[in-house]
Design a protein around this ligand. Structure first.
Ligand code: ADP
Ligand code: GLC
Length: 523
């Protein structure tokens, strides 16, 4: 497919920015990039998912549900994002929502019917339609436990489709995200077959294969009201007595995507496949990987009002010191420009390789090193990071909290960011880190492998430090290689910083790939 740009963007240099001739992102290039428009035919897309920044976010899914629709608007797409209207969405957004209508919908196998309200909010060219039902979405958090969440997301998937029919908005593509929206393609090809909506093609994007929405068949069959025949081993049935909502969605969707090429390959293997590897291999002809980007309006070192000092590629080396000093002061760390500050911003779960980090903290810590952790999650990790903060007072700070502002400050103030994940479908923290001139230290898996080119000391190329096998010794080795370069060859380290800031992680390229996919499906 040929695409014409109405405006040409400035070509980005691949070579490292030379010390004396750095590439300066001027206001003009920023504006030019953000107004880039492709003249491919218009398509309408309904995005359906369970979280979206800034309304509700627990991880990268929320970032993508916000940034990708916005980027698709620039690719000549008409986008509606369908979300649950959780009670925990801040009031400043709730009060701006406009009531678009309501109806009753049959949900369960016994025909029990439920209220579906539609509340709308329009922002940055994207229409957000919130499905309103206090019984399902009245909790304090978006996800509670499977006993509550299974009925909630059966309801959500069906209500999202019913709402599109009610609004008479028939999209070309229905783009669903993760297990919470995975029943959408199943409903569309069963109970909604024959409605106008059934002309739409469906895409299911896997952001994290670990979560699948598995429960016993009678429960899912009751709540979803889906016909018996979908509970067979090629669709929802798993093992002898369980139903798997994600598996059903994978079967019934026209295309499956995931958020990096490497992860698309990995999930077809037993190690990463979370017991769905055979199913994914069977459907591999409709599976592909498209890597995520980051939102350049939110993540912009030049304009980010949360930073102590703004910067660009020309003054990052000085301003990073200023950000580092202020971060150290705010967090009660020893204030010293010369310390190597390692950041870790993460959900504190097994996925993120935190057992490796915990195992080697005493080896990482020397008089030249500090660690700043920001995250919440499993008690075992929250407690161990608290313990280490106490054991290394003044040099380790564990922020056991969710705090967007603090995250921005750490991305700007740290020298390196750790992402040693067991598996990582894409990962956004390493992208944000690089964009903020913070060098990533990552395990070569999933999107981390696709986005961080390992530093090569002979050719002086690469963007970060990497290790392959899931092994604490190898992580320590990668950290030590990073430290060695930082302390013994700062010139080369600074070049990595500038190369990282110079790399393009905006959504433009990936949004274009999604648009091509939409066109391919609807041509
Ligand atoms: P995942 O979706 O697996 O959690 P990603 O790297 O894709 O991982 O996305 C994580 C997102 O959540 C990033 O935007 C990151 O900055 C943010 N984040 C994670 N933990 C915190 C926290 N404790 N406070 C603020 N932001 C956080
Ligand atoms: C998931 C993955 C993460 C990915 C994010 C957005 O939460 O764990 O790797 O970046 O989704 O796609």
């Amino acid at each position: 497919m040929t695409q014409k740009k109405t405006k040409k963007t400035t070509g980005r240099k691949k070579a490292p920015a030379k010390k004396n001739t750095p590439k300066v992102p001027t206001e003009a290039t920023i504006v030019e990039e953000s107004t880039e428009v492709y003249t491919t035919p218009r398509r309408s897309i309904a995005f359906i998912g369970s979280e979206c920044y800034p309304f509700v976010k627990t991880g990268g899914l929320g970032d993508v549900m916000y940034a990708l629709p916005k980027a698709l608007v620039k690719q000549n797409c008409d986008v509606k994002v369908i979300l649950p209207r959780y009670k925990c969405i801040p009031w400043k957004y709730q009060e701006k929502m406009i009531y678009k209508g309501a109806f009753d919908m049959n949900l369960c196998a016994d025909g029990r019917s439920y209220y579906v309200g539609i509340m709308e909010y329009v922002w940055d060219g994207v229409v957000y339609d919130f499905i309103d039902n206090e019984e399902f979405f009245g909790g304090e958090k978006p996800y509670i436990n499977l006993i509550d969440d299974i009925p909630k997301f059966c309801y959500f998937a069906k209500a999202a489709l019913a709402a599109l029919n009610y609004m008479d908005w028939i999209p070309d593509i229905i783009h669903c995200h993760d297990w919470q929206a995975a029943l959408v393609p199943v409903y569309l090809r069963t109970l909604f077959e024959g409605t106008r909506l059934s002309s739409a093609k469906t895409i299911l994007t896997i952001h994290n294969l670990r979560f699948q929405g598995i429960y016993n068949i009678p429960t899912i069959q009751y709540w979803s009201g889906l016909p018996d025949y979908v509970f067979n081993k090629d669709a929802l049935k798993e093992g002898y007595e369980d139903a798997n909502m994600l598996k059903g969605g994978l079967t019934y969707s026209n295309v499956i995507t995931t958020v990096s090429n490497t992860y698309a390959g990995e999930i077809q293997t037993p190690y990463y496949g979370e017991k769905l590897d055979a199913h994914l291999r069977y459907h591999s002809n409709k599976l592909r990987g498209i890597v995520n980007g980051i939102d350049y309006d939110i993540w912009n070192t030049y304009t980010d009002s949360r930073l102590y000092a703004n910067y660009d590629i020309t003054n990052v080396l000085d301003k990073k010191k200023e950000n580092k000093r202020n971060l150290q002061e705010e967090l009660g760390l020893v204030q010293d420009d010369h310390k190597f500050v390692i950041g870790l911003i993460s959900r504190l779960t097994d996925q993120k390789g935190l057992d490796l980090v915990n195992a080697i903290i005493p080896e990482i810590m020397d008089e030249h090193t500090q660690i700043v952790v920001l995250g919440t999650g499993d008690a075992v990790y929250e407690d161990s990071f608290r313990y280490y903060e106490n054991a290394y007072k003044g040099n380790i700070c564990s922020n056991i909290m969710y705090d967007e502002t603090r995250a921005h400050k750490i991305y700007a103030g740290a020298d390196a960011l750790l992402v040693p994940s067991q598996f990582e479908p894409c990962g956004l923290t390493q992208l944000i880190a690089m964009h903020y001139g913070t060098v990533p230290i990552v395990r070569e898996t999933g999107g981390l492998k696709d986005t961080v080119e390992p530093y090569n000391m002979f050719s002086n190329t690469g963007n970060g430090f990497t290790f392959d096998n899931y092994d604490a010794g190898l992580l320590l080795d990668a950290i030590n290689r990073a430290k060695t370069l930082y302390f013994t060859n700062r010139w080369c380290w600074d070049e990595i910083v500038q190369r990282d800031m110079d790399k393009n992680f905006s959504w433009d390229n990936s949004a274009k790939q999604y648009k091509d996919l939409y066109l391919e499906l609807t041509w």
